[in-house]
Design a protein around this ligand. Structure first.
Ligand code: GTP
Ligand code: GTP
Length: 440
């Protein structure tokens, strides 16, 4: 079970406006790195302590009033397949259109929850018009105005009622879930197959209940882990026209479900001057924002002409490009020649350890208060800033809260310094960490 909301509907009803409402607008560090564009199609949001991913199908659903039903069906079916809740947006100011009816026809067959969202209900009177959409036969419409946010609270209450709380008991809790990600043709399937080879011992095959993907449950080095199959090979043949859209959905789904994202990059595409390509950077940035553990696996190493310095130079180029995100380990592999595959698995499991470890409060304070004493936060407008103590929060990925007198005056450069110090003293290789400042 993952927490994915898909927004569907005909053009111009307000899907992207709703999308922006539902996602956190906080700027991620990664957005400042050149070559990464904020994707308008997915984002993360939170409502009363539940976290979710939102997909806006907007740009993908080819948009004109004469779109024929088949095209809609394919796009919508894909979204439904990957999502857990669907928001079907319609427009109060226009009422039901033929295209809305086409969408409804497809959506009614969905076994997943679908909510009708009657947007542009800017006034109470307009909201009353929303009753018209009962006619679509999909239950009570939620009258909202995405632009002002009115009505979105009730909608979100309904949406998150389908989502699990963090830490809800499930039989696979505590077992690392690994997603193998990367651009087409980098060797994802080959890596999976290499792991499926003679060394593996499958414990169980757990078939997904609502889709055809199978989570592969392994034991290696005496440790259990699950590899989420994201290769999507099974459906590929069928999806010829839509591979980009489909692989986008799969990546989001896999990302949402995993603990560790193993991102494969084709070594032959790495430039010693410019490092990684934009598409690789986007996947990495997505994993960082989703607070996943990350391992960069530079594959097809056998094809690179190299001397003893090549890997060092390549790693430097990558790290330079990734800065300030340089916490992920990098391994050079050849899946084809079975080079360093098991080291890669060990690395993945180490990152999982780092992601799940809890540092005792006393140890944290012993180390970090000394660090802070040696280099305290610079005063701001003549005000002296004092960090008093800190503790780790019980979250799925490491986050810490530091209590201080004037949290609002802690500058980003100092935050960065603290993060680097944390990483120096405690091993968080491969793991995004967050530090929050609270008043005390
Ligand atoms: N009055 C009013 N207008 C809105 C509201 N929400 C969105 N709009 C307007 O509706 C228009 C379309 O909004 P978008 O969010 O771009 O619609 P979309 O469904 O993503 O459109 P496509 O990208 O074409 O699929 C814009 O001009 C918005 O300003 C609302 O709550 N009230
Ligand atoms: N030389 C070399 N070729 C490799 C290596 N790993 C994979 N390949 C080849 O690269 C091609 C693509 O490999 P796949 O495993 O299908 O790649 P993929 O990432 O799953 O590709 P998509 O399914 O299209 O996303 C195949 O021809 C593989 O044999 C490697 O380490 N070295």
């Amino acid at each position: 079970m993952s927490n994915i909301v898909a927004i569907v509907g005909r053009p111009n009803v307000g899907k992207s406006t709703l999308f922006n409402r539902l996602i956190e607008q906080k700027k991620a560090i990664m957005d400042n790195v050149s070559g990464v564009t904020r994707d308008r199609h997915y984002g993360y949001g939170e409502w009363i302590g539940k976290y979710y991913t939102v997909i806006d199908t907007g740009g993908y659903v080819v948009g004109s009033e004469d779109t024929f039903e088949g095209a809609i069906r394919e796009q919508v079916e894909l979204a439904i397949e990957e999502a857990d809740v669907c928001l079907f947006v319609v427009d109060c100011t226009t009422g039901i259109t033929d295209l809305d009816k086409d969408f409804a026809k497809v959506l009614r067959k969905s076994k997943k929850p679908v909510y009708i969202v009657a947007n542009k209900a800017d006034t109470y009177e307009k909201g009353m018009d929303a009753v018209e959409f009962y006619e679509l036969g999909m239950g009570d419409p939620f009258a909202i105005a995405a632009e002002s946010g009115s009505g979105t609270g009730d909608l979100l209450d309904a949406v998150v009622s389908h989502f699990e709380e963090e830490g809800v008991e499930n039989p696979n809790a505590g077992i690392p879930k690994i997603a193998i990600l990367g651009k087409p043709n980098v060797g994802k399937s080959s890596f999976l197959n290499a792991l499926l080879g003679k060394e593996r011992s499958i414990v169980t095959d757990i078939a997904g209940t609502t889709r055809d993907a199978i989570d592969n449950h392994y034991n290696m080095f005496g440790k259990d882990f699950i590899i989420t199959d994201t290769a999507g090979i099974r459906r590929k043949a069928k999806m010829e026209d839509n591979i980009e859209y489909y692989s986008f959905l799969r990546t989001i789904k896999a990302m949402e479900e995993c603990d560790i994202a193993v991102i494969l990059i084709d070594a032959t595409t790495i430039d010693l001057q410019t490092g990684l390509q934009a598409q690789d950077m986007n996947i990495i940035s997505m994993a960082d924002r989703a607070k996943k553990g990350i391992v960069l696996m530079i594959n097809k190493w056998d094809l690179v002409e190299k001397d003893s310095m090549t890997s060092k130079r390549m790693e430097d180029a990558i790290r330079q490009r990734m800065a300030p995100l340089n916490y992920m380990p990098i391994i050079f592999t050849s899946v084809k020649e079975k080079q360093r595959i098991f080291q890669a698995v060990e690395m993945i499991l180490d990152v999982y350890e780092n992601k799940t470890k809890k540092i005792p409060t006393s140890k944290l304070n012993d180390v970090m208060l000394k660090v802070i004493e040696n280099y305290p936060p610079p005063a701001w407008k003549g005000k002296y800033i004092k960090i008093k103590y800190m503790t780790q929060l019980p979250t799925k990925s490491p986050s810490f809260v530091m209590f201080c007198n004037l949290p609002q005056y802690i500058r980003e450069s100092y935050e960065r310094y603290l993060e680097n110090q944390m990483r120096e003293h405690f091993d968080f290789t491969g793991v995004p960490i967050q530090i929050f400042f609270r008043q005390k």
